[in-house]
Structures are given as C-alpha cells and as structure tokens.
Design a binder for this molecule. Structure first.
Ligand code: ADP
Length: 458
C-alpha cells in the first residue's frame, strides 16, 4: 500500500470498523448486565415471597439453593447477622451489616451491588430484598464473568472478525482510490473536461481550464508580438538599406565622373567635399543605428552604470556645445534653472544624448531670429524633475506628432536631410527615456513652435 490516498482510506475504514465493533460490544455487554440484574431481582422477589409465606426457616429446612448452580441465597437478620446461607454454614459467616445491598434493602426495601474478585476476572452480583414478619433481608448472589473474561473467551472469533475487517478495509481502500483517481488520471491537462468529473474536483478542473485559456491567449499574444517585431525588423532593414543607398549612390556617382575625367581640375575639391559630406552623413547614420540597436537590445544598460547627474550642469554644457550652430542659423539658446543643482539618478551619456537631440532639433527646425529655451525645474505635485525645451520654430503638424518618435519618420524628409537629420534622433530619445522610467510630453503648433517636456522620476 504505497499510495498515500489508499493508506488514508484504509486507516479511516479501520478506525470506523474498530470503533463500531467496540461500541456494539459495549452496548451488548451493558444490556447483558442489566438483564442479569433484573433476573436476579425477579429471583430475589420470588424467594422473598416464599420466605414471607413460610418463614425463613423454610430455606434452612429444605436447604434450598438458588435456581441455577451458581446462585447463592443468604438470609440476614436486621442486625446483620447471617441466619442462613446456601453455600457456607451461617455461623461461619461474619456480620453482613457493612454490605451495601444489605444497607439499601434495610432502608428502601431493595438494594443491589456488584463486587469484583481480586483478579478482576469475575464479579459477584448481589440483590437484596426486605421481607417477612419478623423482618429479614433475603439476598441472592450470582457469580458473573466480567467484560475482560468475556473478551478473553471471545478472542478467536474476535480475531477472525478483525482479520476480516482488515481484508475488507484493504479492498475498500483500493477500490475507493481507483474510483477517485480514475477521472483524474483520464484528465487531459491541455484539454480538461469537467463533465465526467465529480463535484469536489470541479473547482480544480475549472482553474485548469482558465489557466489553459490564459496560456493560449498569451501564446497568441506572443505570436502576434513576434509577427509585429518581424515586420518592424523587415521595415527597419529596408529603411536602413534605403538610407545608406542614397549617400552611397552619390559618392559612387561623384567618384565615377572624376575617374572618367569629366571634372575640371578646379572643380575637383568641390566634388571631393561632396563625397566627404555624404560619407560623413553615412557615419552619423551608422552611429545612430548602432546606438539604437544597443538601446533596444538592453546592452546599453548593462554597459553603463547609473550615477547621480546634475541636470543643470548637463543642460549648460549642451547649450555651450550648440551655441555655434545656433548662431549660424540665427537662433538664440538660453538655459534657466529654478535651483542651483537638480540631481537625478541615470546613465550620464544617455541623458546628455536625449537632451542634446531635443535641443538640436529645436535649433534645426527653427527660423532665423528664433529662440530655444531650456528650463530645469521640479513638479511640486508628484516630485518629478522636469526639463523643458521650448522653441518658436516651424512646429509639427498635429497628425505627425504621434509618429515622429518612429524610426526614420520625418515630417519633411528633404528639410531633415538638409539640416543633417537621420530620422533616428527621437527614437533614441524615446528608448533612452524608457530606460530611465521617464515620460515625455510634446506640445506643438505649426508655425508657432514646439515644447518638449521631459519628466524624470525625482
Ligand atoms: P531628424 O534626424 O530628422 O531630426 P528626429 O527623430 O530627431 O529626426 O525627428 C523626427 C522629425 O520630427 C524631424 O524630421 C522633424 O520633422 C520633426 N521634429 C523634431 N523636433 C522638431 C521641432 N523642435 N520642431 C519641428 N519639428 C521637429
């Protein structure tokens, strides 16, 4: 019996069987004891009627004994002295005034008492009745087996019954285990069916069904996600090839006409400059692609430690680096901080890249005489740190505002190329912000300007 379930059922059966057996035995024994006593009382009453009619000496004369070989009659005077005994000569017996049945009978008319032998194997049941004139106490006694001797006598039939119980319990345990386990063993985890299962198992099967549904849903979602990722990857590859092909075609074209001698000596430096610019464009593009793929793969986070960064110093440094470019385009750039130092935890070069890209866009997509204003502050309500970059440039049409964070998405492709854009700047910003658990809010109106708000957890 190795199975836990079988063992438990077997134990339960045995407990029930043995308890029932014990209880039945106990009830049966109590019933027998009551019956013995009532038989003894009947005998005592019957003999006392004889004594009343014939006087107690009648017993002495006839030397009558109790009916049945182990019934003993004793006649006791009210002072406790024994007048007659059917087994031992009366004069050899001590005074019986201390016997309980005698005392009860003297007081109430009738009395009984059980006394055990020293070995506890036998007991004497006594019943005493007061009768006659002059008054005497007639006592009838019988030797009876105690429960222990009864048990001892019934040892072999009881052993047979217990053995039978064990066999029955084992069979019941095996049978019940099989019945319980059958529907469970037939349950298919991938496709559970609660129709053939019993009520107790239904909540478990339902949980299994719900879990299966969840797994299916998650698998569908994963497949969907996988398909989406695949499509994005294919689109990205196509875009990268296209973006690289344009400058390469130009470089190849310039080189070809120089090689074939179509360019005059004085124009060569001009053509070489074009080749240089296109190659530079390609380098910028490839660098941006590499940055983006690093951010997406998560390797950027692993390679760079988070540290405390003072955003005021970062923004001031970016302003310095962009001053020259801004000046060339006739754009002013200012930086204002609400506090002397505002610190956040982050990856320093990524934070610099994010703010730099946004400021660079604010200059690139501006107009001569325009401004770029950087403001660093704190949001009082939720203790976030805010970096706000506002410009009064060309603005972004409403329908494009959602999409400018997509890779290679530009509102005006030729303008972007003219100002040296790759279409990847805001994608890098979006990923960088996500790594910092920061959020970005864009407000823009065409021909009025753009305001980008970067909220970092404080
Ligand atoms: P790009 O390299 O072309 O600048 P970005 O990803 O940085 O690429 O920006 C995507 C597009 O969003 C830009 O091509 C431009 O059309 C638009 N854009 C971004 N910032 C601004 C801004 N401050 N004002 C107007 N348009 C902007």
């Amino acid at each position: 019996m190795r199975s836990q379930l079988t063992k438990q059922i077997f134990t339960a059966c045995m407990i029930i069987f043995l308890m029932s057996f014990g209880l039945i035995f106990y009830v049966w024994n109590s019933y027998l004891a009551r019956r013995n006593l009532s038989e003894l009382r009947d005998k005592a009453l019957y003999l006392s009627a004889i004594a009343t009619q014939n006087g107690w000496e009648f017993f002495q004369d006839t030397n009558i004994s109790g009916q049945g070989e182990n019934t003993r009659i004793t006649i006791i005077a009210p002072d406790g002295s024994v007048l007659y005994d059917s087994v031992v000569p009366a004069q050899e017996l001590p005074n019986h005034s201390d016997r309980i049945e005698f005392q009860q009978a003297l007081q109430d008319g009738q009395g009984s008492c059980e006394r055990y032998s020293e070995s506890l194997l036998e007991k004497t049941v006594n019943y005493a009745v007061k009768s006659g004139d002059p008054e005497i106490i007639l006592r009838v006694s019988a030797e009876k087996d105690t429960i222990w001797i009864l048990l001892f006598r019934m040892l072999s039939p009881m052993a047979a019954i217990v053995f039978f119980m064990i066999i029955l319990s084992v069979l019941l345990a095996f049978f019940s285990t099989n019945t319980i386990m059958k529907p469970i063993n037939h349950l298919v985890p991938e496709n559970p069916d609660d129709r053939n299962i019993y009520d107790e198992m239904k909540p478990f099967v339902r949980r299994l069904i719900v879990q299966n549904q969840q797994i299916h849903r998650q698998m569908d979602q994963l497949q969907e996600e996988h398909k989406k990722q695949d499509a994005i990857r294919r689109e990205f590859t196509a875009n990268v090839s296209h973006e690289l092909k344009t400058p390469l075609t130009s470089i190849s074209g310039f080189a070809e006409i120089i090689r074939d001698g179509y360019v005059q000596e004085k124009d060569i430096s001009h053509f070489a400059d074009n080749i240089y610019k296109e190659a530079q464009r390609m380098i910028v593009l490839v660098n941006d692609i590499l940055k983006l793929s690093k951010l997406e793969s998560g390797s950027f986070e692993i390679q760079n430690q988070r540290e405390e960064i003072d955003l005021c110093a970062v923004c001031a440094g970016i302003r310095e680096r962009l001053l020259l470019n801004a000046g060339k385009l006739g754009v002013t750039i200012s930086c204002y901080s609400e506090e002397a130092e505002i610190r956040i935890m982050g990856i320093a070069n990524l934070i610099d890249e994010i703010i730099y890209n946004i400021c660079d866009n604010a200059i690139k997509y501006n107009q001569p005489g325009g401004f770029v204003r950087i403001r660093i502050g704190r949001e009082r309500e939720n203790s976030e740190v805010l970096v706000e970059i506002a410009d009064n440039g060309i603005g972004i049409p409403e329908q494009d505002q959602e999409r400018i964070f997509e890779r290679f998405y530009r509102v005006n492709k030729s303008h972007s190329k003219e100002v040296g854009g790759t279409g990847l700047g805001l994608s890098i910003v979006k990923h960088g912000m996500a790594i910092h658990h920061a959020r970005i809010v864009l407000e823009s109106k065409e021909q009025e300007g753009t305001c980008v708000k970067l909220y970092f957890p404080g």
